[in-house]
Design a binder for this molecule. Structure first.
Ligand code: ATP
Ligand code: MG
Length: 337
C-alpha cells in the first residue's frame, strides 16, 4: 500500500506506516458491589495490548463475559480507561477531547433492536451524526447524504421516513451501519454485528461489511463469540479469556497452529462439514464455566479449566510471548503441549 506521512489533525485522511489504532496495557475496572454488598473492582479488561493496521480486520473472540465489548468500548473511549493508553495514528488519545475523533472512530452495536431509538425515523437516526459533526451545508445536502448512505447499505431513500419497528433485524443492522458510515469513519468496532440475526441473514451482512471495507478503506475490530464467524473476515485474530489476551496470530496461523489450550478448545468446538473428519477429530471439552471475574484463579486465568495445569500455572501469570514472528501466546507451556 502506498503510504505517506501522517498529519496530527484527525481530519486528515493521509495514510501512515503506523498502526491506525493501538492499545497499550489497557485496563478497565468496574466498581461493583458483590453479594455481601461490599465494594469491589471487577477487572473486565486487565492489561490488553494490540494494534490494528490501516485497512486490516482484527477479530476478537472469546466466551461471553471475557471483556470483548469492554475492550471495544474502552478503545473508543465510550468507557474511560482505568489504566493504559489508546493511540490513534500514533497520537495518545487516552485523555483527549473525543469529539473530533468520533468522526474517525465508530461503533456498530450487537443488538440492532436496542441500539436504534424507536421514536426516531431512519432519517433522524442516520442524520444525527451528520448534524453533530456539521457535515451537510443545508437540508437538501443532508437528505441527499442520507439517501446515499441508505443505498450504500442496501436500503433505499423510501425507507428514510419510517421507524425502526417497521424493519427486520437485518435491515435494522443496516440502519446501524449507515449511521456509523455517515461520518466517513476510518475505524469501526463491529461488536457481534450479526449474532442477533438469523443465520440466513448473517452472511449478507458480513459480505456487505467486507465490501464496504474494500470500497471505503475501513479498518475493523471485529468482535465475535466464536472463531467460525471471524475466520473468514479477519486478517489477524486475538483470543480473550477473563479480561486478558491469551493468543494472537494471523487468521490462518491461529487455525493451523493454535498454541494456547483455550484457543484449541474453541477451535475444536467448530463443526467440520466432512462427517468423517469430524469423527476422527479429538474434541476438547472445556470443563466448568468461566470463573467469576470477581474471583479469578491465581496465576494463569485459564488454570482452573486447563488440562495441562502445573504448579507454576497457579503461581504466575504467564506473559504474552512472541513464539514465532507475529504469533503471541500467554501460556507457560506454549510450544511444549
Ligand atoms: N458497565 C458495567 N458495569 C459493571 N460490570 C460490567 C459492565 N460492563 C461489563 N461488565 C462486566 O465486565 C465483564 C466483561 O463484560 P463484556 O461485556 O466486556 O464481555 P463480552 O466478552 O463482550 O461478553 P458477551 O460475549 O456476552 O458480549 C463481565 O463480567 C461483565 O459482567
Ligand atoms: Mg459483548
Amino acid at each position: 500500500m502506498n503510504k505517506v506521512k501522517a498529519n496530527s489533525s484527525p481530519d486528515s485522511i493521509i495514510k501512515t506506516n503506523e498502526p491506525l489504532i493501538e492499545i497499550k496495557s489497557l485496563k478497565k475496572y468496574f466498581d461493583v458491589t458483590d453479594r455481601g454488598k461490599k465494594h469491589r473492582k471487577l477487572k473486565a479488561v486487565d492489561g490488553v495490548s494490540f494494534h490494528i493496521n490501516e485497512g486490516e480486520t482484527l477479530g476478537l473472540v472469546g466466551e461471553s463475559g471475557c471483556g470483548k465489548t469492554t475492550v471495544g468500548r474502552t478503545m473508543l473511549r465510550l468507557y474511560e480507561p482505568t489504566e493504559g493508553s489508546v493511540l490513534y495514528r500514533g497520537q495518545d488519545i487516552t485523555t483527549a477531547k473525543m469529539l473530533p475523533y468520533r468522526r474517525k472512530l465508530q461503533y456498530i452495536f450487537q443488538d440492532p433492536y436496542a441500539s436504534l431509538n424507536p421514536r426516531l425515523t431512519v432519517s433522524d437516526i442516520v442524520g444525527e451524526p451528520i448534524d453533530i459533526h456539521k457535515l451537510a451545508a443545508n437540508k437538501k445536502e443532508r437528505a441527499d447524504k442520507i439517501a446515499r448512505l441508505l443505498e450504500l447499505v442496501g436500503l433505499s431513500s423510501e425507507h428514510a421516513n419510517r421507524y425502526p419497528h417497521e424493519f427486520s433485524g437485518g435491515q435494522r443492522q443496516r440502519i446501524g451501519i449507515a449511521r456509523a458510515l455517515a461520518v466517513e469513519p476510518e475505524f469501526i468496532v463491529c461488536d457481534e454485528p450479526v449474532s442477533a440475526l438469523d443465520v440466513s441473514i448473517q452472511a449478507q451482512i458480513l459480505n456487505m461489511l467486507e465490501e464496504l471495507q474494500k470500497e471505503m478503506g475501513l479498518t475493523y475490530l471485529f468482535i465475535a463469540h466464536d472463531l467460525a464467524v471471524v475466520k473468514h473476515i479477519s486478517d489477524r485474530i486475538g483470543v480473550m479469556y477473563l479480561g486478558r489476551l491469551v493468543e494472537l496470530n494471523d487468521s490462518e496461523g491461529l487455525h493451523k497452529n493454535p498454541q494456547h489450550p483455550y484457543t484449541r478448545a474453541l477451535l475444536s468446538a467448530i463443526p467440520i462439514p466432512d462427517p468423517e473428519v469430524n469423527r476422527q477429530r479429538k474434541r476438547i471439552i472445556l470443563e466448568g464455566d468461566v470463573p467469576n471475574p470477581l474471583n479469578p484463579p491465581p496465576g494463569c486465568p485459564f488454570s482452573s479449566r486447563c488440562s495441562y495445569k502445573k504448579d507454576i500455572c497457579t503461581q504466575q501469570v504467564p506473559e504474552l510471548r512472541e513464539t514465532e514472528p507475529g504469533h503471541f501466546v500467554s501460556c507457560h507451556f506454549a510450544g511444549q503441549i
